[in-house]
Design a protein around this ligand. Structure first.
Ligand code: IPM
Ligand code: MN
Length: 365
């Protein structure tokens, strides 16, 4: 039978539902710029974003005493991914909002992987002498659901000279096994196939669990070369010979610390990104930097860190072409001088967004 009219193309547009919690300080402005860029890439690559935006953060808590209401938390779990801006503000008690939002998402959604790439794009952004982009290319795999972070502090004889404050470093076999296995898989997929275990098992003997599990899983990955550094030596090594580290796996607390150090090697907090993952279930994407309350609303924070986190989200969705395109535009601007500096205040937040959008458009001509 001849059809009189052409059959319309089925709508192949894929829509990703993203829960956005822009948060405190500079969070809203950097998230806004990052999402402008992601939207532009999406429209060029035939997918769409449906944003579910939430107002939580210190301002909301001050007004309502709500941190992250259960109903919203339920809803957020139905999204395809979560984007966080930044949390923390001196008007709230230390850690209240950070633990109540970032912590709750990481722990209650069991996002056990905190993936933090450290990749230098141009040597002018590295504070080390004589190191080039090829020397700084690491992937830190930070355990994200255990350790001292999730233990209750106790205070005996609080406020007296006999006070004893305690919060323990606690690791389970299951928690250790899954993060080390994930790190081996990541190391195996990278060209150098090298994995370093970072711990402090000489002083914190509980971390002998990491030592043993790492050795056992290494047997299953004969293609991956392994190494070990105590965390103090790892900090030294990252400065002295960053090229000696490829993939590294470490505990929650040490991962927090070494990734701030690593962020500086790639140009600072303006660019460092992270993915919090429960592989196959959920991904939460955020910058490594904090809320920088003094800069809030001043249009001076760098949105590239949040944008880099969004690039990790696109890879998580399998939108590799869009991810590479954004990555390419940012790399072009950083290497070619379109973005001269990553120091706060050199470029405006929205100016960086504009530059990247223009570059994306050029790339598509
Ligand atoms: C990070 C942050 C958090 C952490 C804070 C805000 C609790 O520093 O994501 O690195 O320590 O994990
Ligand atoms: Mn940190």
């Amino acid at each position: 039978m001849l059809l009189k009219f052409p059959i319309p193309e089925p709508n192949r547009m894929k829509t990703y539902r993203i829960a956005v919690l822009a948060g405190d300080g500079v969070g809203p402005e950097v998230v806004h710029q990052a999402l402008r860029v992601v939207r532009a890439a999406a429209s060029q690559h035939q997918f769409d974003l449906e944003l579910m935006e939430y107002p939580y953060g210190t301002e909301h808590w001050l007004k309502t005493e709500e941190i992250l209401p259960d109903a919203s938390f339920e809803e957020i779990q139905k999204a395809d991914a979560i984007i966080l801006g930044a949390f923390g503000d001196p008007r709230a008690p230390v850690g209240l909002i950070e633990r109540g939002i970032i912590g709750r998402c990481r722990w209650d959604l069991d996002l056990y992987v905190n993936l933090r790439p450290i990749k230098l794009l141009d040597e002018k952004f590295c504070p080390l002498k004589g190191k080039s982009a090829a020397d700084v290319d690491m992937l830190i795999v930070r355990e994200n659901t255990e350790d001292v972070y999730v233990q209750k502090p106790t205070y005996q004889n609080q406020g007296t000279v006999d006070e004893i404050a305690e919060q323990s470093m606690r690791y389970t076999y299951a928690g250790t096994e899954r993060i080390i296995r994930y790190a081996f898989e990541q190391a195996q997929a990278r060209p150098r196939k090298h994995l370093t275990l970072i711990d402090k098992a000489n002083a914190v003997r509980a971390q002998d669990l990491y030592t043993r599990v790492f050795a056992a899983i290494a047997e299953e990955f004969p293609a991956v070369e392994t190494g070990h550094l105590y965390v103090d030596a790892a900090c030294m090594r990252m400065i002295e010979s960053p090229e000696s580290i490829d993939t590294a796996v470490t505990t929650n607390l040490f991962g927090d610390i070494v990734t701030d150090l690593g962020a500086m090697l790639q140009g600072g907090m303006g660019v460092a990104a992270s993915a919090n993952l429960h592989p196959g279930k959920m991904g939460l994407f955020e910058s490594v930097h904090g809320s920088f309350p003094q800069a809030a609303g001043k249009n001076i924070a760098n949105p590239i860190a949040t944008l880099n986190a969004c690039v990790m989200m696109l890879d998580y969705f399998g939108e590799a072409a869009a991810a590479r395109e954004i990555e390419g535009a940012v790399a072009h601007l950083l290497r070619g001088g379109g973005i001269r500096s990553l120091e706060v205040g050199v470029h405006k937040t929205d100016e960086i967004g504009d530059l990247i959008l223009d570059q994306l458009a050029v790339g598509c001509e």
